[in-house]
Ligand binder design. Structure first.
Ligand SMILES: NC(=O)c1ccc[n+]([C@@H]2O[C@H](COP(=O)([O-])OP(=O)(O)OC[C@H]3O[C@@H](n4cnc5c(N)ncnc54)[C@H](O)[C@@H]3O)[C@@H](O)[C@H]2O)c1
Length: 384
């Protein structure tokens, strides 16, 4: 049995360097033992900073004998092929989000993870937040009964400078989309973990503010298998950002506004029964609203890294099975596909149609006019 997990980080740009810092710092029972990047200057700088061997290809890192586990923090298209090679080499894998660009590629990744029996997790750090855990428990306990209307507004902001900070960013060729595939993946994960996947999506994506070929705005209406309806609005063109989820059910409503949760319970067990059985003309159920206490709202990458390491060592249960990444990705792919073909799409999506769609977008992608590379992650990601 291992006493310490030797971890290699593959892709040591902005986010990867954040992971190196945590692994060399406050993550218990782990050791950063190797790094990999295709950019020679970045590789040299990070390998020197941490005094660990640097490899210019993930294959060399995997066969080096220096690591038991890897963290993949490359651009998204590389997550499945590198992850599959890592499982084949007997490694445990933590992948950055999104799991892949297309649902088909993500399914191959998840299948390999299952077959390998190694630990597989994904960096959805918001799942460790008090807001997520509390909201999920409320939904699982059916605190508001069967859902009949759900919505999420998840808007934020990015500068043009952010988009210009990497040749791969915001291109169909290298990133496979904009806000839907990248910034919103956390929110789509949060949302689908609460409400599941819709059966139909009718979406529009647009490029409203930035000089990029992919979308910085997207919205959609959704229908769920039980007949519930939903609305989503996502962007990187708004400040101050809004993170609001509203769930309306047969016996109440949950409002999640950032780190605050309001729960309204009706004084009747079923709104539907009340509507059909009440003999009053103007009657309406009364609601009691309370703010739900949230345990320690903080969540950061360190929680996911520590749980990954502890699971490998047999000290903890895995909190986030990497395969959960399939769900938000299927919704993201549905939003893209529906907008581009100009009509509603049914879920589960036709995998081949998704592949053909993204392949077509890669063919029409154009090189970016202005790039000034900065491998720098959001400073908030480095906070304790
Ligand atoms: N969980 C989060 O909160 C969070 C935050 C930021 C980024 N991310 C994710 O991390 C990933 C990387 O984003 P970033 O902002 O760090 O980008 P970045 O451009 O700063 O870094 C990516 C690095 O990967 C390297 N790279 C590219 N192809 C490679 C390959 N085949 N093998 C090895 N290295 C390779 C690049 O040279 C670069 O140094 C993305 O998938 C992104 O979605 C997650």
């Amino acid at each position: 049995m291992l006493e310490k997990v030797r971890v290699g980080v593959i892709g040591v740009g902005g986010m990867g360097q954040g992971h190196c810092k945590r692994l060399a710092g406050d993550i218990q029972n782990a050791e950063l033992t190797a790094v990999c990047d295709v950019d020679p200057d970045t590789l040299q700088a990070v390998s020197t900073q941490y005094g660990v061997p640097g490899f210019s290809s993930h294959g060399e890192l995997l066969s080096s004998g220096k690591v038991d586990a890897v963290v993949i923090a490359t651009p998204h298209y590389f997550h499945p092929p590198i992850g599959i090679d890592a499982f084949d080499a007997g490694m445990h894998v933590l992948t950055e989000k999104p799991m892949a660009v297309t649902i088909g590629a993500a399914e191959k990744f998840a299948a390999k993870a299952r077959e390998s029996k190694k630990v597989f997790t994904i960096m959805f750090q918001k799942r460790f937040s008090g807001a997520f855990q509390t909201a999920k428990k409320l939904v699982e306990e059916k605190a508001i009964g069967e859902l009949y209307r759900v919505s999420m507004i998840a808007t934020g902001f990015r500068t043009q400078r952010y988009y210009d900070s990497g040749a791969w960013r915001a291109t169909w060729l290298h990133e496979g989309g904009g806000v839907i595939i990248n910034q919103a993946s956390h929110e789509l994960d949060f949302f689908t973990a609460l409400v599941g996947l819709p059966s139909q999506v009718c979406a529009k994506v647009r490029t409203r503010l930035h000089r990029i070929e992919v979308e910085d705005f997207g919205h959609c209406i959704m229908e769920f298998p039980n007949g519930a309806v939903g609305y989503l609005c996502i962007s990187t063109d708004e400040a101050p950002g809004t993170h609001r989820i509203e769930l309306c059910g047969d016996s109440g409503r949950i409002l999640i506004d950032g780190n605050k949760i309001l729960l309204s319970r009706l004084d009747t067990p079923s709104l539907k029964d009340f509507a059909l059985q009440s003999d009053t003309v103007w009657g309406s159920p009364k609601a009691q609203t309370e703010e739900v206490a949230i345990p320690d709202g903080k969540a950061n990458h360190g929680h996911v890294l520590q749980n990954f390491v502890n699971t490998i060592l047999g000290k903890e249960e895995l909190v986030i099975d990497g395969a959960v990444g399939l769900t938000e990705l299927e919704l993201g792919n549905a939003i893209h596909l529906s907008s581009h073909i100009g009509k509603a799409v049914e879920l589960p999506l036709d995998r081949q149609q998704v592949e053909d769609h993204f392949a077509q977008l890669r063919r029409i992608s154009k090189p970016k006019a202005s790039i000034s590379v900065a491998r720098e992650t959001d400073p908030q990601h480095l906070q304790k």
